[in-house]
Each structure stands twice: as structure tokens, then as C-alpha cells.
Design a protein around this ligand. Structure first.
Ligand SMILES: CC(=O)N[C@H]1[C@@H](OP(=O)(O)OP(=O)(O)OC[C@H]2O[C@@H](n3ccc(=O)[nH]c3=O)[C@H](O)[C@@H]2O)O[C@H](CO)[C@@H](O)[C@@H]1O
Ligand SMILES: C=C(OP(=O)(O)O)C(=O)O
Length: 512
């Protein structure tokens, strides 16, 4: 038995209560599952009962919630024994970015939305907390793999879980769906990874055309909707951004008329949203192009079942894991259309790999392959690595090229023009032995190959750079420690466990 301070007991008690309510259980139901009394559960929730780790784990299992992963009681860290080859096969999961967009889009629908194989990641949990706090009923079904979402007749925006909302940028995608239901509402400022300033101006410009006015002040977006305003000519996005396109699509979905959106992103999450909207009965023409024509429906009330597609960025992460550890590894369910340029570049760098014939994802639309990366001697690419909106080298796969370049012979210039603050995190690779020079805030020069060495580090506060550090640790002989991996869990489901299943040696530990 581990004796915890009163403060921890109270916090854990609150987490248990929240997880139980999230599951829709009474104290008596939880007591039955734990083979204990309701009064014992009540004491636990009040923080009046000393708790051992075993009972906390059992409660987590019963509530299918890991008690919001004990992680709230203390951050999660990784201990990585590097230098091990990976082998076998690992499957890409559904994408964070489609899952969060679809969760927001479920508010377009008065009926029940079922989303299949939703990624169990922190970013999804934050949106679920936000949805739960405004009255949306969500529950995991089918052994926790699928999500069922049922909106209430009236949303309770006043009850919004601000703490959860400010931890993710994705809440911004509630603007499009909410404007159909409320004439006036507030949303806390969107947060997320620390990647420098990320504008919301393009969202406001696009949504203004549907009558949404936003005043950003005192930590919140104050939204008012003028129902007399509707787009009369095509909406031209000022940036070809993914979430702004999704917001415009969701605003158009319930606009009774035809909306044309130009300079739209045609990236993977946008396509998943379009396919989902089609299931809702909204016609979207031009999917996969930069002009989307939406035939909206004022009311949507259907029971819909949709399977978001696999994550190209996760697939890229796993391919990069194979490359930096010189392993032969099969990555299954790779959405190939969204990794073609990455693979073309890697092929030029000398990567030897095989891929199977294409097969459809569960959404019936996205094309998948299984891809086997083979140990290869890579050389630096002649041209710089730089991202572009789709179809270009994916903005989120760029950081992985830093670890790959460090494992290749020669010097690679990486130009991350998109984020003000992301390239700088790549210089953290020097702590693990890489030669990475920051030329200016957006460009790094990586000189390889690298003799990786183990180190103890904090996670950089950005998802992809954090995973890049983890991959380098897997390549480095010896034991490394990566502290505070919330950002990784924001976008990857059980990454350590899954990498271990193909031969990595990564131990999860926490401060309690
Ligand atoms: C939940 C979700 O889906 N998140 C993704 C989405 O975020 P999201 O769509 O929110 O990305 P942002 O709108 O923040 O765009 C990222 C940055 O690129 C700049 N920019 C973007 C497009 C453009 O044509 N010109 C331009 O300058 C923006 O000003 C911003 O600084 O798209 C990003 C870029 O693909 C990805 O990294 C995120 O993983
Ligand atoms: C920057 C990213 O995501 P988000 O938009 O969720 O911050 C990412 O996925 O790398």
C-alpha cells in the first residue's frame, strides 16, 4: 500500500468520479464492478479512503479510463534502452486530426454518430471532455474501440470545461457546428502544442461570410451569429489550412444552399470530414481538390456510422523508426496517397522498401498499402526538405526528416517555414549526438551520419519534435530518459507499447 497525501487522494477521487460519470455509471454500479460497497466508492471519490495502486488500476480497468491515466497525478515519462533492431509488423491507427474534426462535426447531427476505431489519444480525450461538459453524451463501445456520440436537444455552453478546451487547438473546430445552433456563444482560446503563434484570422474571415462575428477578448472568442448573412459568392480562404477548411465545410453543411469554398485544403483529415458529411446527406463536390462545393441541409438528423482513416503522420513516424534503427519493419495500413512525396524523397535518399497492392480503408475511399522498410544506407537529399499544403510534403512529417537526415551521409537542409517555433526543437537532437545547426528560426542544417548517444531529456513541448527525440533515443545505445510525454500521448495511442511489440525496449514510468 502506498500512502498518498490528502491532496493526491482528493485529486484521484475527483478523477474517479469524473471517469465514472463519463462512463455513465452510478456509484453502486462501480461498487459492484469492484466487488465493494457503494459507501467505499463514495469515500474514494471524496478522497477519504487510502488507495493502493492496484485498486486504482482496477478502477481504471472497470471504467475503461486508466483514471485519466494516473498521468494527472503526475507526468508520464519513458525510459528507452536504445540500439535495438525492430522487426515484424506494426499497424497505423486512425488519425488524430480526422478524429478531432469528426468529433466536432458530430454536432452537425441531431442523430447518433458512431465513429469506428477512434484513436485513444489525449487530444481526443480533451475534445470528449469538452463535448461532455456542454451536454453531449459520448461513450466508448465495442471494447472501447468505437465511440458513440449523441448530442442533447440543447447545448450547455456555459458549462464548458475550459481547462480541457485550452489544452487543444481543435476546439476551434466547434465554431462551424455551434453557429448553427446558437445565436451567441463563447469558446475559450484554442491552445495546443507550443509551435509559436497560430492564427485564427482565416477562420474568422471564412465564417464571417456565414454571419459569424467573433470578438476575441479576455481569453475567449465571443461569437454572435447574424442569420441574415449567407455567402452569395465563393468563399476564398486566405490560407489553405486544414482546420479552417473544416470549419468552412461545417458552416456550409447546414447552410441551406450551395457554398463554394476555394483555396480549400484537400488534406487527409479534410477528405475524411467530406466523406463523413456525405454520410450525413450533405453533397460535397470536388473532394481531393482545392475547390469544394457543398450542398448543405438545414437539418441533419440521421444515425450515422463512419470509420475515419489511418494516420499518414503516424505511418511516417513508424517508417522513420525503422530507418533510424536500421530495421526491417512492416508498417500496415499506410494511407499511401498522403505519403507519396515523403516516399519519393526517401527513395532518392536510398531507402529500400516494398509495398503491397493498394486496398481500401474502412471508409471505403482512402487507399492503403502495407509497406516494408529495409535497412538501407541513406544519403542526404540534394534539395532542401520543405513542406507544402497537400499535395506537398506533409507539414507534420517534416520533423521526421531531421532524425532521418541525421542517420544519413551528408548534409540536409530542412526548411520548416510553417511554424515559427518548431525547427528550434530539432536542435535538441544534438543532445543525443546529432549535428544540427539552427541557421535561422525556420531552417536547420543536419550533418550525418550520427553516432547516437543516450541522454536524459525533457520532451520538447511539441508533438512531432518530441517523437523525433524518442526515435533518436531508440537509435542510441544505452539508456535514455524522456520526461513528460503528454505531448506524445496527445497524438499517438500507446506508442511505447506498440513499439515494444516490434522489439523496442521502452518502459513507462510516472511520478506519483
Ligand atoms: C487538428 C489538425 O488538423 N491540425 C493540423 C492542422 O492544423 P491547423 O489547420 O489548425 O493549422 P494552422 O491553421 O495553424 O496552420 C499551420 C501554420 O501554417 C500556416 N499556413 C497554413 C496554410 C497556408 O496555406 N499558409 C500558411 O501560412 C498558418 O498560418 C499556421 O501558422 O494543419 C496543420 C498544418 O497542416 C497541422 O500541422 C496540424 O496537425
Ligand atoms: C501540430 C500538430 O497538431 P495540432 O494542430 O493538433 O497542434 C501536429 O499534429 O503535429
Amino acid at each position: 500500500m502506498l500512502f498518498m497525501s490528502q491532496e493526491y487522494l482528493t485529486r484521484i477521487g475527483t478523477l474517479i468520479r469524473d471517469a465514472r460519470k463519463h462512463r455513465g455509471w452510478t456509484q453502486a454500479q462501480l461498487a459492484e464492478a469492484l466487488d465493494t460497497s457503494q459507501s467505499a466508492v463514495n469515500r474514494m471519490e471524496q478522497g477519504n479512503q487510502n488507495l493502493g495502486l492496484e485498486i486504482i488500476a482496477r478502477i481504471g480497468e472497470a471504467l475503461d479510463s486508466e483514471i485519466i491515466s494516473l498521468g494527472h497525478a503526475g507526468p508520464m515519462h519513458l525510459r528507452v534502452v536504445g540500439g535495438r533492431r525492430l522487426s515484424g509488423s506494426i499497424t497505423a491507427r486512425t488519425s488524430k486530426n480526422a478524429c478531432v474534426a469528426l468529433l466536432c462535426a458530430s454536432l452537425l447531427n441531431k442523430g447518433r454518430t458512431t465513429l469506428r476505431k477512434v484513436a485513444r489519444i489525449e487530444e481526443v480525450y480533451r475534445i470528449l471532455e469538452v463535448l461532455g461538459s456542454i451536454g453531449v453524451r459520448t461513450r466508448w463501445i465495442n471494447d472501447g474501440s468505437d465511440l458513440e456520440i449523441v448530442p442533447p436537444a440543447d447545448l450547455d455552453l456555459a458549462g464548458i470545461d475550459e481547462e480541457a478546451a485550452v489544452r487543444t487547438r481543435s476546439v476551434i473546430m466547434l465554431l462551424g457546428p455551434l453557429m448553427h445552433q446558437l445565436d451567441e456563444f463563447q469558446l475559450p482560446y484554442a491552445g495546443g502544442c507550443d509551435l509559436g503563434t497560430r492564427t485564427v484570422e482565416p477562420h474568422m474571415t471564412a465564417l464571417r461570410r456565414f454571419g459569424l462575428h467573433i470578438l476575441a477578448t479576455n481569453g475567449a472568442y465571443h461569437a454572435t451569429v447574424d442569420r441574415n448573412v449567407a455567402p452569395t459568392r465563393p468563399i476564398v480562404l486566405t490560407e489553405r489550412g486544414d482546420t479552417v477548411t473544416e470549419n468552412a465545410l461545417m458552416a456550409a453543411a447546414r447552410h441551406d444552399g450551395i457554398t463554394v469554398i476555394r483555396n480549400a485544403s484537400s488534406n487527409y483529415m479534410v477528405q475524411d470530414l467530406c466523406f463523413f458529411m456525405e454520410q450525413l446527406g450533405v453533397t460535397v463536390e470536388g473532394i481531393g481538390t482545392t475547390t469544394l462545393t457543398v450542398h448543405g441541409r438545414r437539418d441533419i438528423d440521421v444515425n450515422v456510422d463512419y470509420s475515419p482513416s489511418e494516420d499518414p503522420v503516424e505511418a511516417m513516424s513508424l517508417i522513420a523508426a525503422a530507418i533510424v534503427t536500421s530495421s526491417e519493419l512492416t508498417v500496415k495500413r499506410v494511407p499511401i496517397e498522403f505519403l507519396e512525396i515523403e516516399l519519393a524523397v526517401l527513395e532518392e535518399m536510398g531507402l529500400d522498401y516494398e509495398r503491397t497492392a493498394e486496398y481500401p480503408a474502412d471508409n471505403g475511399r482512402t487507399r492503403l498499402v502495407d509497406l516494408t522498410a529495409k535497412p538501407s544506407k541513406l544519403t542526404a537529399p540534394i534539395d532542401k526538405i520543405h513542406p507544402m499544403p497537400f499535395p506537398g510534403l506533409n507539414i507534420d512529417t517534416v520533423p521526421f526528416f531531421a532524425a532521418i537526415a541525421a542517420s544519413s551521409q551528408g548534409s540536409t537542409l530542412i526548411h520548416d517555414w510553417v511554424y515559427d517555433n518548431r525547427a528550434i526543437y530539432l536542435t535538441e537532437l544534438t543532445r543525443l549526438g546529432a549535428n544540427v545547426k539552427l541557421l535561422d528560426p525556420h531552417r536547420v542544417l543536419v550533418e550525418g551520419p550520427t553516432r547516437w548517444r543516450a541522454a536524459e531529456m525533457m520532451c520538447p513541448p511539441a508533438l512531432r519534435p518530441a517523437v523525433v527525440i524518442l526515435l533518436a533515443m531508440m537509435a542510441a545505445e544505452g539508456t535514455s530518459v524522456l520526461r513528460n510525454i503528454y505531448v506524445i500521448n496527445r497524438g499517438y495511442e500507446e506508442l511505447a507499447e506498440r513499439l515494444n511489440s516490434v522489439g523496442a525496449q521502452i518502459e513507462i514510468f510516472r511520478d506519483i
